[in-house]
Design a protein around this ligand. Structure first.
Ligand code: SF4
Length: 717
């Protein structure tokens, strides 16, 4: 909203202000923001003390949850879930709540900068010069790379158009969270089984038994709010029925802690378990045993996984008796060498039970997966090392922190003459960059996010600014559009958008009359509703039904999980937390939120089973050296003795261990990516759970900040 506000705008604002519960739409490209003023000098139209509300989309992860932001006097005050949004129906997670701490964070980069790599030698720039730098980068079209995060989709779409126009390398997308979720593996398995490279949608609301293989769907997996909602429905079904959750995970996550039966299976053995369960279920139901499950004996599955034959029989009987048992292949089962075959064996259980496209079953979402496989990132690193990349643009991801150190991204970056980051914070990648041209944060931005896996209907979530940009930042889409206009050649000839809003409006025009819950005769009306409601979606459930095409006749070929020397080598489990891909570490609210299983705050830790710890002579708060037994790298971590983990596994949260990013993040804990194995599975997903480590006490100690009693869960003093 400009200072020269029109009478019409004034009436619109005051009318909404009086009701104090309506949702604002923004006012178009020329007056995008409500202007912030000092509280002592408020313009009349801002009606001091009265809130206005904006519908937009949370940009903290790619799930695309709808949020309503309460603003007052041009400031974002509080965020709630959008009650009408099909993904989260009014719910919000801790990461979403802290978006305001990203907006007001004292460590934000205030404007465009020229930097000396690895040093604090920073020269402020103006945006005109910044656009010239980007234009020069684009001019080298044969030697340009774009490495983007998973938000926002509109930037990805524009960059895809630019690279298509220039006939150059398409953009890469990377997120450590997507890696831990096993997204690439799940998508590949879905493509090979059902012919579409899309994420499946698991209708847990209407299932009566969930067989969960490593999906931490109540914490971070794919679309955690959608699955948390579904889980509530699963537990409280019609006629007093209550769903039964069986969870296979080597370490008890919050999801497994909510299970009726937690089964701590060996990492990498989940495929054997799925095959054994499929075989027993077929026998119980007097069905022919599918080829997919033929080559397993129950005793072998038991020996390999560490799950007793009795337990397997008990689980299979529960599944066989259920009406709509649903089997979910989650990250823990997929980020192993066996990941792709395991995903197929698990998805096959849904086919065996004829649970495709029915309530409580599996559907296919619309749209391709936006994630790049790690093998493609590895090829990009090769190109960088070979000197074939002159400019790399990095947005929405922090590869120096998030990629396994063993892949050598940081070293490869040194071979790229121009590195341009668009980060809002001085993170580990910015430190290695020549320029940083900060984008707006999510609450200051326009955009959209396609809802890929958290909604039972087609949905696109809209992003709009709820406040005026606080710093001298610029929308990266506008930067690329300005550069595309001046670079000449095919890019200038083909990229014809006047600005970011024009780009968005052209993209959503096909939705005008596409059977959404609202339609509009022309764009201005549609745009107004698009912003007011926080997106566009279909009024009723409608996802694609995967077909049963005799997939169960495919044989599953699994490798035996590696045998470890007892008490000398351990499987390293890395799990996602409220820190997300790591950028949450500079949010004090997230730092002080206790981990739901350990109550630890402000640090990272390594979980060791107390029996193992006793054998190694390790106590709570001891600092140990954790060394990769394949790569040789090591990190130091504080010990938390955790009884709910297999004795042959140790576990670490992801997101801490920053050497940059800001005052709340730096110097806290350790980053497990520094010791991750760079082994890939057949889907090109990083096989994170194939990381094996040794544990050595260092003789040092550091008390962890915990909310539970000092005595700890095992009574140790
Ligand atoms: S699940 Fe993701 S998109 Fe939804 S509120 Fe949480 S961080 Fe935001």
């Amino acid at each position: 909203m400009s200072d020269n506000i029109s009478r019409r705008d004034f009436l619109k604002l005051s009318g909404l202000g009086i009701t104090a519960a309506a949702v604002m739409t923004g006012c178009g490209p020329s007056s995008r923001y409500v202007v912030r003023h000092a509280y002592v000098d408020m313009p009349e139209y801002n009606q001091t003390g009265v809130s206005t509300f904006y519908a937009t989309t949370c940009q903290e992860c790619p799930a695309g949850c709808g949020i309503i932001v309460r603003t007052q006097e041009g400031r974002a005050i509080k965020i709630e879930g959008n009650p009408n949004h099909p993904v989260n129906l009014g719910k919000i997670c801790s990461r979403g709540l802290t978006s305001v701490q990203g907006l007001y964070n004292p460590d934000r980069i205030g404007g465009p900068q020229k930097r000396s790599r690895g040093e604090q030698n920073i020269t402020p720039m103006n945006w005109e010069d910044a656009v010239t730098v980007v234009t020069n980068g684009l001019a080298n079209s044969g030697k340009v790379a774009f490495l983007l995060g998973l938000t926002s989709d509109h930037l990805f779409d524009l960059v895809t158009e630019i690279t298509t126009a220039a006939n150059s390398m398409p953009p890469f997308r990377y997120s450590s969270l997507a890696t831990l979720e096993g997204r690439a593996t799940l998508v590949k398995a879905t493509e090979e089984m059902f012919g579409k490279p899309n994420l499946p949608y698991f209708d847990i609301s209407n299932s009566d038994v969930i067989l969960n293989f490593g999906a931490s769907f109540l914490e971070t997996w794919i679309s955690p709010l959608a699955y948390s909602r579904g889980f509530k429905n699963f537990r409280k079904q019609k006629f007093g029925k209550r769903g039964y959750l069986i969870s296979f995970e080597p370490r008890q996550s919050l999801t497994s802690a909510n299970a009726d039966l937690w089964v701590p299976a060996l990492p990498g053995s989940e495929g054997y378990l799925a095959m054994a369960i499929g075989k027993i279920v077929a026998q119980i139901k007097s069905l022919p045993i599918p080829l997919m499950y033929e080559n397993i004996t129950i005793s072998d599955a038991s020996k390999i996984s560490g799950v007793s034959e009795t337990k397997l029989q008990e689980i299979a009987e529960i599944v066989a008796r259920a009406e709509h048992p649903i089997a979910i292949p989650g990250g823990g089962a997929l980020v192993t060498e066996n990941g792709l075959q395991t995903a197929k064996a698990i998805l096959g259980l849904n086919i065996l039970h004829k649970n495709l496209g029915v309530p409580g079953g599996v559907y296919l979402t619309n749209g391709d997966s936006p994630t790049t496989n790690l093998d493609e990132i590895a090829k990009l690193i090769q190109e960088m090392n070979a000197g074939n990349i002159a400019t790399i643009f990095i947005h929405g991801t922090n590869p120096v922190f998030e990629l396994p150190k063993s892949l050598g991204f940081t070293e490869a970056l040194k071979k790229v003459p121009t590195v341009i980051s668009f980060s809002s914070f001085e993170d580990e990648t910015v430190i290695e960059s020549d320029y940083v041209f900060p984008d707006h944060t999510g609450l200051e931005s326009f955009g959209y996010q396609r809802v890929l896996a958290g909604s039972d209907r087609e949905a696109i979530s809209s992003v709009q600014p709820v406040v005026q940009p606080i710093h001298d930042t610029k929308a990266t889409v506008d930067v690329f559009l300005a550069a595309a206009t001046s670079v000449g050649g095919d890019i200038s000839a083909k990229i014809k958008y006047t600005d970011e809003v024009d780009f968005l409006q052209q993209k959503i025009t096909p939705l005008l009359d596409s059977g959404g819950f609202y339609n509009a005769p022309e764009l201005p009306t549609f745009w107004s509703k698009w912003l007011q409601y926080g997106g566009w979606w279909k009024p009723e459930m409608g996802l694609e039904i995967p077909e049963d095409n005799n997939q169960l006749s495919e044989k599953i070929d699994l490798k035996l999980p590696k045998q470890l020397s007892e008490n000398k080598e351990f499987h390293l489990i890395t799990f996602g937390t409220q820190m997300g891909d790591g950028h949450g570490a500079n949010r004090p609210w997230l730092q002080e939120t206790p981990d739901p299983m350990t109550t630890l705050t402000w640090n990272s830790w390594i979980e060791i089973n107390p029996d193992t710890a006793d054998k190694l002579g390790i106590h709570d708060d001891d600092i140990v050296s954790v060394a990769s037994t394949t790569g040789g790298e090591s990190i130091e971590v504080v010990v938390y003795r955790y009884p709910a983990i297999r004795p042959d596994c140790v576990a670490m949260p992801f997101g801490q261990g920053h050497t940059a990013l800001g005052r709340y993040a730096e110097g806290r804990g350790s980053n497990p990516a520094e010791i991750w194995s760079s082994l890939l599975n057949q889907a090109g997903n990083l096989a994170v759970f194939e990381t094996k480590v040794s544990i050595t006490p260092t003789g040092k100690r550091r008390p962890l900040a915990r909310q539970e009693s000092k005595a700890g869960v095992y009574g140790e003093h």
